[in-house]
Design a protein around this ligand. Structure first.
Ligand code: AMP
Ligand code: MG
Length: 286
């Protein structure tokens, strides 16, 4: 188990589960729950654990190629600037990109709005053997949608149950669901937005609307807490990832993925050919 994992006093899953570290309103984005090491150790570990993650991802992919339909879905949520894109790059970047199915969800298109809110989600689910990463997700449909009443309350309030049913279904069909909310402090968000306005290489990340959304900070915290109260299930657990320290956010998500993949107890698929016969054939050719 994870007890012997360097720097960790318990599994990342237990240490970061929202039921252990919530509520979000009082959660410390500078903290490192379950991890006793410092930044230097955290950075070193990300490299080492990245190799473990890459090996496990290859196992998952190999099994997917051999008829195993299981997959893993990492759902990333968090306020603007929390670092969702950084997780995709720095944790997703640790594994073979062929094994990933990455999808970001922006404002729904006119076509998407003509369907139920899970339609576009279904289409983006990871195929067999793949690790899917959602940069935003179906939870947007109870975040900005709830905060701004983009649909009537009678509509959005039904969605929590629908989401639980959907995720329970995903788990039944063999998708391991890991949900992470990256939590950045209001001060840190201001610092990151400031940087985006000071550096020409960051202008592209700046969206004037982010300042407007920041004005709804407390309403977003409430909407997030409703999500945790209503959709943190053992099937599809929620984790709070402190995100002021980018190194810890990345290490945490890497560790959660490793734990999920280890839970699948994968082995290398058996050859679907006669290994001995093939060796003899190969030895016989020039
Ligand atoms: P970004 O992740 O920076 O590209 O921004 C995507 C934007 O799309 C964010 O402002 C999200 O809140 C918004 N968004 C994503 N999904 C939805 C949705 N279902 N309804 C309304 N806004 C959404
Ligand atoms: Mg943005």
């Amino acid at each position: 188990m994870s007890k012997d994992k360097q720097g960790w006093s318990e599994s990342a899953d237990a240490a970061l589960r929202v039921s252990a570290v919530g509520p979000i309103a009082t959660f410390d984005p500078e903290s490192t729950p379950g991890f006793t090491g410092d930044k230097a150790l955290g950075k070193q570990l990300l490299g080492e654990r990245g190799e473990v993650l890459a090996d496990l991802q290859e196992l998952l992919y190999a099994n997917g190629r051999s008829g195993d339909t299981r997959s893993v879905l990492l759902v990333l949520q968090g306020m603007d600037t929390a670092g969702k894109g950084g997780i995709v790059r720095h944790v997703g970047g640790l594994v073979d990109p062929q094994g990933l199915a990455i999808k970001g969800f922006g404002k729904p298109t006119p076509e998407e709005l003509q369907h139920d809110f899970l339609w576009r989600i279904h289409k983006a689910l990871p195929p067999a053997g793949r690790i899917g990463i959602f940069d935003r997700s179906h939870y947007e449909d109870v975040l900005p949608v709830r905060v701004h009443n983009l649909v009537p309350q009678s509509e959005w309030e039904k969605r929590y149950d629908l989401i639980n049913q959907f995720e329970a279904y995903l788990v039944k069909v063999g998708t391991t669901v890991i949900k992470c909310c990256l939590v950045v402090s209001k001060d840190e968000q201001k610092a990151r937005l400031t940087e985006r306005l000071e550096r020409p290489d960051k202008y592209w990340k700046y969206n004037p609307g982010d300042i407007d959304e920041r004005g709804y900070w407390d309403q977003y915290l409430e909407a997030y807490q409703a999500i945790f109260d209503l959709t943190d299930t053992d099937d599809a657990p929620w984790h709070l990832i402190p995100a002021n320290k980018k190194w810890f956010a990345r290490l945490s998500v890497c560790e959660l993925l490793i734990e999920a993949l280890q839970g699948l107890e994968l082995d290398w698929p058996k050859a679907d050919f006669d290994v001995e016969a093939e060796r003899r054939r190969l030895a016989a050719v020039d």
